[in-house]
Ligand binder design. Structure first.
Ligand SMILES: C[S@@+](CC[C@H](N)C(=O)[O-])C[C@H]1O[C@@H](n2cnc3c(N)ncnc32)[C@H](O)[C@@H]1O
Length: 195
């Protein structure tokens, strides 16, 4: 089985999705997929969907390759790049049915909050990435960041609140399992593009 990591020949043009996957199917993207435990399990349970995991750390995205190949996934690829850049420049516009963002770095210090991925500019990036009625799924343990996530999406009138399906919520991420083991609750939200 070939390496699941996408070798980017250029970062100046959008990816050609037809070159990445053997079959055209709905696409979902996880941003900051870490060690990819969530993505590999979700992709295994949903072979009718194509998945891209985005992660900036090489050691972590290599785990996606290793675990994905071990699981025999034909519907999953990994891209090592910064998430906002990926959405703005590499993902073809309106190509994703869902974006998954789980436990993004919280940048808890006030002076560092501008580094947060879910910021006032994010809904526009998500709108560009998503197909009609596409959904953004969010999870965090950080109450301040959760407040910011809800604020920026509440201000983005093209999005409406949605539910996280139980079949999705039951698949936990590596960080989520660690937080749960320490008794730290997971906060979840979902926002869908209005019709
Ligand atoms: C706290 S970890 C959570 C990993 C995984 N989602 C989980 O829940 O187990 C955040 C991950 O996002 C990655 N990351 C943070 N900011 C990123 C960015 N702007 N672009 C791509 N990856 C990013 C980090 O390298 C890290 O692997």
């Amino acid at each position: 089985m070939d390496n699941l990591l996408v070798e980017l020949r250029t970062i100046l043009e959008p990816l050609k999705l037809a070159d990445l996957f053997p079959r055209a199917r709905p696409l979902e993207v996880e941003l900051g997929c870490g060690d990819a435990s969530f993505l590999v399990e979700y992709a295994r349970r949903n072979p009718e969907i194509n998945f891209i995991g985005v992660e900036r750390l090489l050691g972590r995205i290599q785990k996606l390759d290793k675990k994905g190949r071990r699981t025999g996934l034909l519907n999953t690829r990994g891209v090592r790049i910064e998430s906002a850049y990926f959405l703005e420049y590499l993902l073809p516009p309106h190509s994703a049915a869902a974006l998954h963002i789980y436990f993004p770095d919280p940048w808890p210090k006030k002076k560092h909050r501008r580094h947060r991925l879910i910021n006032p500019q994010f809904p526009a990036l998500a709108r560009r990435a998503l197909q009609d009625q596409g959904t953004v799924y969010l999870r965090t343990d950080d109450t301040d960041y959760f407040g910011q996530m809800n604020e920026v999406f509440a201000a983005a009138t093209e999005f409406e609140k949605a539910e996280t399906p139980a079949t999705l919520a039951e698949i936990t991420t590596d960080f989520e399992r660690e937080f749960n083991a320490q008794g730290i609750p997971t906060l979840r939200a979902a926002y869908r593009l209005r019709k």
